[in-house]
Design a protein around this ligand. Structure first.
Ligand code: ATP
Length: 212
């Protein structure tokens, strides 16, 4: 029998990216360097209705910063698929179904940090999401991997085990977008936290200056 062709892997990395920081970039780069994927697609989320009062940078700014951050790096690209969508919020399960159709020759994995894994039972149609899709879970300082007993009631023992096997063993990155916004509002240096082009963009557009 002819061998089934192995599909190239595509790591879909969703988030607010408000703004994109070196934690995000380190994760994307690590996935490529460790040969856990051939391509990374960063997918910024739309602004949730309860955050529209200027609490987040606009979708245009977040997208522009992402594009600047990855322009040097082959293998990493940005999709505005969730931002372009009219109805909000865009649910991960819908985005992944659309991307699976668009990239039918790729083997899609959804990338999340450990904090998101702990939150996943609260996501829209979480059971189907976990059952249908593959994950790569990146460790994050302060967040322990959930036990089988925490996951199994939501996803069943088999999918609980699948999620736990998706956890990657790589160095943690102590950076968050919250930290970046606070650092800017306290007029402190962003050196080492975001890439130069993003730091310049934040300065030029006076983003996050009044962050609480
Ligand atoms: P905020 O501080 O505003 O909550 P964030 O730093 O978590 O933001 P997001 O854009 O919301 O950034 O995160 C997108 C995805 O990246 C999430 O799955 C999150 O868990 C993961 N992530 C972000 N930063 C890290 C990090 N330093 N280590 C591991 N995962 C991370």
């Amino acid at each position: 029998m002819p061998e089934r062709p192995v599909k190239p892997r595509l790591a879909v990395f969703g988030g607010s990216f408000d703004p994109v920081h070196n934690g995000h970039l380190f994760i994307a780069g690590s996935l490529l360097r460790q040969k856990l994927t051939e391509e990374v697609l960063l997918v910024p989320a739309g602004t949730p209705p309860h955050k529209q009062e200027g609490l987040m940078a606009s979708p245009e700014h977040r997208l522009a910063m992402l594009k600047l951050a990855v322009e040097e790096y082959p293998g990493i690209s940005v999709s505005d698929i969730e931002l372009a969508q009219e109805s909000m919020p865009a649910y991960t399960i819908n985005t992944l179904e659309t991307l699976t159709r668009l990239f039918r020759d790729s083997d899609i994995h959804f990338v999340i940090g450990m904090d998101s894994l702990l939150d996943i039972p609260n996501w829209h149609r979480a059971g189907e999401l976990v059952n249908r899709h593959s994950f790569l879970v990146y460790p994050r300082p302060g967040f322990e991997p959930p036990s089988p007993a925490m996951l199994a009631p939501h996803f069943g023992p088999r999918n609980a085990e699948k999620l736990r096997r998706s956890i990657i063993n790589l160095p943690e990155m102590p950076v968050s977008a919250t930290m970046i916004r606070e650092t800017v509002s306290q007029r402190q240096s962003l050196c080492g936290l975001v890439c130069d082009s993003v730091a310049r963009y934040i300065r030029e557009h006076k983003l996050y200056q009044d962050h609480e």
